[in-house]
Design a protein around this ligand. Sequence first.
Ligand SMILES: N[C@@H](CCC(=O)N[C@@H](CS)C(=O)NCC(=O)O)C(=O)O
Length: 211
Amino acid sequence: MPNALILYVNRGYTSPYALSTFVTLREKNLAFDVVEIDMNVDGHKQGDYRTRSLTERIPTLVHGDFALSESSAMDEYLEDAFPETPRVYPSGVRERARARQIQAFVRSDLMPIRIERSTSTVFQHEKPAPLSAEAGAAAEKLISFADALIPADSGNLFGVWSIADTDLAMMLNRLVHNGDAVPEKIARYVRSQWARPSVQAWVDLARIANS
Ligand SMILES: N[C@@H](CCC(=O)N[C@@H](CS)C(=O)NCC(=O)O)C(=O)O
């Protein structure tokens, strides 16, 4: 198939970045194959994957003879390449900029949360220790960011769902899933985003991979 779509993910389905593009593909109703890379044996640093990803990181999207890594770039590529499919970014210029801001923030900041509440605690039932003071401060920063953006009724950030909802809910679920304190409005938002069928399809794959 000359224009087949392939998403390369990590074998344990713990990558929040792979989740983002997986959800984008599902929400756009695109047919795609998932190929697992075993990071435990440095599969991402070898052979064809290494060459095509350019970054030696998971995930990578392949569309025909085009390969792209960096999940938010992949999400945006799919939005541009398949304009006839349901949107995953808001249509308004400012809302779209805000969605990109959220995606950049959860990928570039909050490192203590990413370390102490790794996605293995969400997808592989790893039990974490209480948050350190540093991670607690990062959690406060995340909560105030989320509280400013999530509407009072815990609905989608921009009315209509966007991929920024999934990315923000993934980051917040590192806290919610582990019983760390968050305001009820935010917990409700995370629960409703997590119940989305496209997200649950990923959770199911993770469950099977880690059972
Ligand atoms: N900004 C990248 C982050 C990708 C990333 O850090 N992936 C992790 C797995 S979740 C990885 O490949 N780590 C392996 C390494 O850095 O060697 C994205 O959004 O795709």
